[in-house]
Design a protein around this ligand. Structure first.
Ligand code: ATP
Ligand code: MG
Length: 560
């Protein structure tokens, strides 16, 4: 089998790394990390960062750490940690024994803060949050110095230790780095590096009531771990001088290089964690693993393969400018991968009964069917054929246009891997007069060959023998949003696609699908790629999720 070959990517980050290797910048080492905050499940945007960080480490024989960046107790949990670990594993990456938690550094980070106070480069500020904001100034005006800025070191040490002891309420004091209130970069105007937050932490419990801010904890965690290249998204560009300022003062021998790239935005999708949490908590979707979610767990349940996701991440590459990637590119990668791998089977989604009047009652023929037309090594299977069949309701029209190549009164069509049949008459519902059954005849000469008299039969349709049919449920998924960029709308839930899932409960699959394994993927001929749902499938009654529709189908279906 030919693996989808992903060419070794080149991009500006790899250029920077290679330049550094040439000049021996980090003693020739490459050490990256993926630092998710465990306050939600990871999504396709995180997957881009995972592929980048782990991919670079692999490419340059370096290392990539997994670090849970868990310094804000609100919203973090063990459930999220476990999901992140299993999702990154599933994506195909390994951190060996380098699983770290920023919360394991709390004591060290505290001591670093003390050191900064002792150097006269941090102070306890007792302005309120509003006052701090007001003193900070604007893009056009410099800030003003806090009246607490010149507190003596001893007093700062005393306050900071009492903050830790829990003497004060939330917001009463903060620890700030003493940098420059007139800096043109607002981030550098005496940023807060510690705050009081009387919240239990999912790992450290009630041990701490002060927590380090991201800007303080992140760079020091990187430096403590010996990270050489700290790759992050563009919104941290303004924070880079602060990153360097802190590391230079506290761990000067080990200075990671921060490099920013554009975060992934995907059309018809939201990727902000805050929005994904809202979708889950307000039940707009059925959990983080809802197959419509852009989370790794949702995509996995839907049936996306990790190979396809990695291919997609390689295709989109990394750039310095934000742009919206078309979700159809992701679907294309999934389709390409599954086209290669997924065995072909038949399933009827919206059944219509067909009786073949001239086929002997009680007779069953096994129709040999290829599992993959382009890959004969995948072998063949036997699909039972009998007198009463289901076909797709859409493959019949009572008053078809001339170029319709499927069933209509007096017309012929080929049944896939079986005979040519001709529609002779229709049975109607007495009340609604809807057609509920077709009566056909078959041409015994046409088993896998054209009619002997040379007449043309163009259409090919799929079918299921009623007597052998496996009842199934099929869930047809579509885009979750109706507009291209729902992420840019505050009221994004207004744009949820009401047709994002259609559940069909009376489908029939071929007999070979009676005992399928959860997670198995198939191409339903003419319909698309489908995956056996991991949660809801039962023995003898599979539930299939549509992964992606087929762009092309082998039947010649003329667009009416
Ligand atoms: P939020 O959506 O609230 O901004 P976040 O997505 O930044 O949160 P983190 O857990 O901090 O959540 O992300 C972990 C890592 O993944 C970070 O390095 C971040 O830059 C990266 N990342 C997050 N979203 C994307 C994205 N859409 N594209 C690429 N990388 C991303
Ligand atoms: Mg973040």
């Amino acid at each position: 089998m030919t693996q989808p070959t992903t060419p070794t990517p080149t991009d500006f980050i790899r250029d920077i790394i290679e330049d550094g290797l040439r000049t021996n910048k980090h003693e020739g080492r490459v050490a990256t990390r993926f630092p998710p905050e465990p306050n939600g499940y990871i999504h396709i945007g995180h997957a881009k960062s995972v592929c980048l960080n782990f991919g670079i480490a692999r490419q340059y024989q370096g290392t990539c750490n997994l670090r849970l960046d868990d310094t804000d107790p609100l919203g973090e949990s063990t459930e999220y940690v476990e999901s992140i670990i299993s999702d990154i594993r599933w994506l195909g990456f390994d951190w060996e024994n380098r699983l770290f938690y920023a919360s394991d550094y709390f004591e060290q980070l505290y001591q670093f803060a003390v050191e900064l106070i002792k150097k006269g480069e941090a102070y306890v500020c007792s302005l309120s949050a509003d006052e701090i904001r007001e003193y900070r100034g604007t893009f056009t005006e410099p800030g003003r110095e806090s009246p607490y800025r010149n507190r003596p070191v001893e007093e700062n040490l005393d306050y900071f230790s009492r903050m830790r002891q829990g003497e004060f309420e939330d917001g009463a004091h903060v620890l700030r780095a003493k940098i420059d209130m007139a800096s043109p970069n607002i981030v550098m105007r005496d940023p807060i590096i510690y705050r009081i937050k009387r919240e239990p932490h999912y790992r450290t419990g009630n041990q701490w009531v002060i927590y380090p801010m991201y800007d303080f904890a992140h760079c020091l965690s990187d430096a403590l771990e010996g990270i050489t290249h700290s790759i992050c998204t563009l919104e941290f560009e303004n924070n880079r001088p602060l990153y360097d300022w802190i590391v230079e003062r506290l761990i000067p021998d080990n200075r990671p290089q921060q490099i920013e790239f554009a975060r992934l935005s995907l059309s018809y999708t939201v990727l902000s964690k805050r929005r994904l949490i809202e979708l889950v908590q307000k039940n707009y979707v059925q959990g983080w693993d809802d197959p419509r979610m852009p989370t790794v767990t949702g995509m996995r349940r839907r049936g996306y393969t990790s190979e396809a996701i990695r291919k997609f991440c390689a295709e989109i590459g990394v750039a310095k400018n934000d742009n919206l990637i078309d979700v159809s590119l992701l679907e294309h990668c999934v389709r390409e991968d599954l086209n290669e791998k997924a065995p072909r089977v038949m399933c009827v989604l919206r059944p219509l009964r067909v009786v073949i009047d001239n086929y002997p009652e009680g007779r069953v023929e096994q129709m040999e069917s290829q599992n993959h037309p382009q890959r004969p090594e995948l072998g063949v299977r036997q699909v039972p054929f009998s007198r009463v069949l289901y076909i797709e309701r859409d493959d019949f029209m009572e008053n078809p246009p001339k170029k319709y190549h499927r069933l209509g009164p007096g017309r012929e069509v080929r049944l896939r891997n079986a005979y040519v049949i001709k529609l002779e008459s229709m049975v109607r519902d007495e009340l609604t007069s809807e057609v509920i059954e077709l009566h056909c005849t078959y041409d015994p000469q046409t088993l896998n060959g054209p009619p002997a008299d040379g007449r043309k039969v163009q259409g090919v349709i799929h079918w299921i023998s009623v007597q052998h049919a496996v009842p199934a449920e099929v869930r047809l998924y579509d885009r979750l949003f109706t507009i291209e960029d729902p992420g840019s709308e505050e009221e994004f839930v207004q744009y949820l696609n009401p047709g994002s899932v259609e559940i069909l409960t009376t489908c029939y699959a071929e007999s070979t699908l009676k005992n399928v394994e959860p997670g198995n993927k198939y191409q339903f001929e003419r319909l698309g790629y489908f995956c056996v749902d991991e949660k809801d499938s039962q023995a003898g009654r599979p539930v299939f999720n549509r992964i992606v529709p087929l762009r092309d189908s082998w039947a010649k279906i003329t667009k009416e």
